[in-house]
Write a protein that binds this ligand. Structure first.
Ligand code: MF3
Ligand code: CO
Length: 282
């Protein structure tokens, strides 16, 4: 009889989590600099160029540039910039000019001192439609509902169920993308476990000290079906409906949740959810 194998999820010790926090802070800073800079008329290539600078200043490298899972074309940029009906993995382009009313999802990953941080935000360009605005807000809320469900001894399925339940609590019938999920993260950007944005509470691996998890709802105003463009990367909705994407890298300590890719470690929004804030000290 074989013993059941350990789940294969990478466990970090305190010094390693502190390194992940430093990578996460680079990600947070880059996203904030990009968010503050984006305006109508800017190209998505210009957004990417900002992130290249932040990486250089921080002495970090890109988690995305050259990434080539399963023999696809290596990813050619340091950000994913997905506009409107592009859900994730949009490739920056000097031809793609941002227009008033667009939704821009910026996804960014940094590698510092051996550890990755990964986060994403959806930014409104100028004045977006009320539906698009609600999509952005409700996807953000679903991310934090997922984060708030992560605690020691609970399960990955509790995060998934919380994200789904949050999205189902609105009048709008959102599409929840199933082909892409959140993921474990650490010495590699994508690790076990996979963290779907739908599912049943009480299922999946138990959440333990030292795990780092990227939670990332990808949500549409229409279908949950997606297609990949022939650039090998850009994921679009099959019905042209617009999408939002929010992501954070988190860990759960003995004290509470620590959002590694939030400038404040998640203190404010965790507080609003009544969840203990659990940073580790140097
Ligand atoms: N950051 C994405 C994720 O959230 C993955 C980016 S794919 C890459 O998992 F090719 F750009 F790296
Ligand atoms: Co991710």
């Amino acid at each position: 009889m074989r013993r059941r194998r350990d789940s294969g999820i990478e466990i970090k010790n305190t010094p390693q989590l502190l390194r992940m926090r430093r990578a996460g802070l680079v990600v947070a800073r880059a996203l904030t600099v990009m968010e503050d800079a984006v305006t109508v008329g800017m190209t998505t290539a210009e957004v990417d160029a900002i992130a290249v600078e932040v990486l250089a200043e921080a002495g970090a490298t890109s988690s995305f540039l050259g990434y080539a899972p399963g023999g696809v074309a290596p990813y050619p940029a340091v950000t994913c910039v997905s506009v409107d009906d592009e859900v994730v993995h949009g490739i920056p382009s000097s031809e793609r000019v941002l227009a008033d009313g667009d939704l821009l999802s910026i996804d960014f990953g940094a590698l510092l001192d051996g550890y990755h941080g990964d986060a994403a935000r959806t930014v409104e360009i100028g004045a977006v439609s009320p539906e698009a605005h609600r999509l952005v807000a409700d996807t953000h809320e679903a991310l934090w509902a997922g984060i708030a469900a992560a605690r020691l001894g609970s399960r990955i399925g509790d995060i998934s169920a919380a994200v789904e339940e949050s999205l189902r609590s609105h009048d709008t019938r959102y599409g929840i993308v199933k082909e892409f999920t959140g993921h474990g993260i650490g010495t590699a950007m994508h690790q076990e476990p996979s963290i779907p944005n739908y599912g049943r509470a009480g299922r999946g691996p138990v959440i333990r000290t030292g795990m780092a998890l990227a939670i990332e709802p990808m949500v549409t105003l229409g279908t949950n079906r997606v297609a990949i463009l022939d650039d090998d990367w850009t994921v679009v909705t099959t019905d042209g409906s617009w999408a939002a994407h929010w992501e954070h890298t988190i860990t759960v300590t003995d004290r509470g949740v620590w959002v590694l890719t939030a400038e404040d470690g998640g203190e404010e929004l965790l507080g609003r959810h009544g969840i203990p804030f659990g940073p580790l000290a140097d």
